[in-house]
Design a protein around this ligand. Structure first.
Ligand code: ADP
Ligand code: MG
Length: 291
C-alpha cells in the first residue's frame, strides 16, 4: 500500500510549511508537467510603488493624483494601495465619489467630484490618441518593467502613473529549479505584454501569457491541462477560478486572499516560492513516480 508513504509525505510537508489538503494532491503534484505562476503578488511581492507621474495639459500632478486616489478607494488591487498611499504621503485630499465600480483586471470608473472618471490599463481608456512623445514615454516605462496606468476625465486622458513591483527574492532560483526538474514554467498576468515580458525574463520563465482577463487565465490553465498536469500558483481574488481549474491549485499562505486559500489544494504557509519544487519532489518520492 502507498498509504504510509503518502501520510509521511503530508507530515513532511507540514513540517516544511506546505499544507496539502489531501493525499491525492501529493500524488498529483508529483506528476506535474507545467507550473503556471500568477505575476502580481506571486512571482512579485505584490507591493508596488508609484515611480512616475505625468500630468498632461491642464491638470497638475497633485490634481491628477487626487483624482487617481479618489477612484482607487473603490479597489482592493495592489495598484490601488500604491496610489492611495502616495496621496496620503503627500497629504493630498481625496474628492467625493459616487457610483464607482472596480472592474477586475482593468481598473476603476465612476464619478469623481461630479465628473466621469476612469483609471486603469489602456483597454479601459478607449478612444485614446497619443502623441509620438507620449507613446515613447510609455514604451520607456514598460521597458523598465513598470506598469503604466492611465487617468481619464470625461473624454480626456489627463495623465499617467507608473507603478513598479519587486520580484520575490526566491523567484528566479525557484523557477530555475523547476526547469531543472523537467517542468515547463509559465507566467500569467493581466498586465501589458511588454511589462510582462520584462518581469518574465527576470524570473526566467519559459513562456509569458499577458493581457489576460481573469476568465482568460482559466482558459489558459484548461488548455495547458489538455497535454498534462498543470499547477496554478496564485494569491489573489482574481486567481481563484484559475486555481480551481488546475490539477493542483497552490496558494500563497501569508499574502493570499481568503478565497485563494479556500480554493487551493496546497498552501505555502510562508509564501516561500522554493517550496513549490520541494512539494513536487516530495510528491515524486511519496508516490515513486518515474518521469
Ligand atoms: P495581475 O494579473 O498582474 O494580477 P490584474 O489582472 O489584476 O493583474 O490587472 C491587470 C491590469 O489591469 C493591471 O496591470 C493594471 O494595468 C489594470 N488594473 C487592474 N486593477 C486596477 C486598479 N485598481 N487601478 C489601476 N489599474 C488597474
Ligand atoms: Mg496576484
Amino acid at each position: 500500500s502507498i498509504m504510509p508513504a503518502v501520510l509521511s509525505g503530508i507530515a513532511n510537508g507540514a513540517r516544511n510549511g506546505i499544507l496539502f489538503k489531501g493525499g491525492a494532491y501529493l500524488e498529483t503534484i508529483g506528476r506535474l508537467d507545467v507550473v503556471a505562476f500568477d505575476k502580481t503578488g506571486t512571482l512579485t511581492e505584490g507591493v508596488p510603488k508609484v515611480t512616475d507621474i505625468t500630468a498632461y495639459g491642464k491638470y497638475t500632478e497633485t490634481e491628477l493624483l487626487s483624482i487617481a486616489a479618489s477612484l482607487e478607494t473603490w479597489s482592493e488591487h495592489p495598484i490601488a494601495k500604491a496610489i492611495i498611499s502616495l496621496a496620503k504621503e503627500r497629504n493630498i485630499e481625496l474628492m467625493p465619489t459616487t457610483k464607482l465600480e472596480a472592474i477586475p483586471g482593468l481598473g476603476v470608473h465612476g464619478s469623481v467630484d461630479g465628473q466621469e472618471c476612469k483609471i486603469g490599463k489602456v483597454d479601459l481608456i478607449e478612444g485614446m490618441t497619443l502623441s509620438i512623445k507620449e507613446k515613447s514615454t510609455i514604451t520607456d516605462l514598460e521597458q523598465q518593467g513598470k506598469t503604466v496606468i492611465f487617468v481619464k476625465v470625461e473624454d480626456e486622458v489627463i495623465g499617467l502613473l507608473a507603478v513598479q513591483d519587486t520580484l520575490r527574492a526566491q523567484a528566479r532560483e525557484s523557477v530555475d529549479k523547476l526547469k531543472q526538474m523537467g517542468i515547463k514554467v509559465v507566467m500569467l498576468t493581466g498586465d501589458s505584454s511588454s511589462t510582462a515580458q520584462i518581469i518574465g525574463q527576470e524570473a526566467g520563465v519559459d513562456q509569458v501569457y499577458a493581457e489576460l482577463l481573469p476568465e482568460q487565465k482559466v482558459e489558459i490553465i484548461k488548455t495547458l491541462g489538455q497535454n498534462g498536469k498543470v499547477a496554478m500558483v496564485g494569491d489573489g481574488v482574481n486567481d481563484a477560478p484559475a486555481l480551481a481549474a488546475s490539477s493542483v491549485g497552490i496558494a500563497m499562505g501569508a499574502a493570499g486572499t481568503d478565497i485563494a486559500l479556500e480554493t487551493a489544494n496546497v498552501v505555502l504557509m510562508a509564501d516561500d516560492l522554493s517550496k513549490v519544487s520541494y512539494a513536487i519532489s516530495l510528491g515524486r518520492r511519496s508516490t515513486r513516480v518515474i518521469k
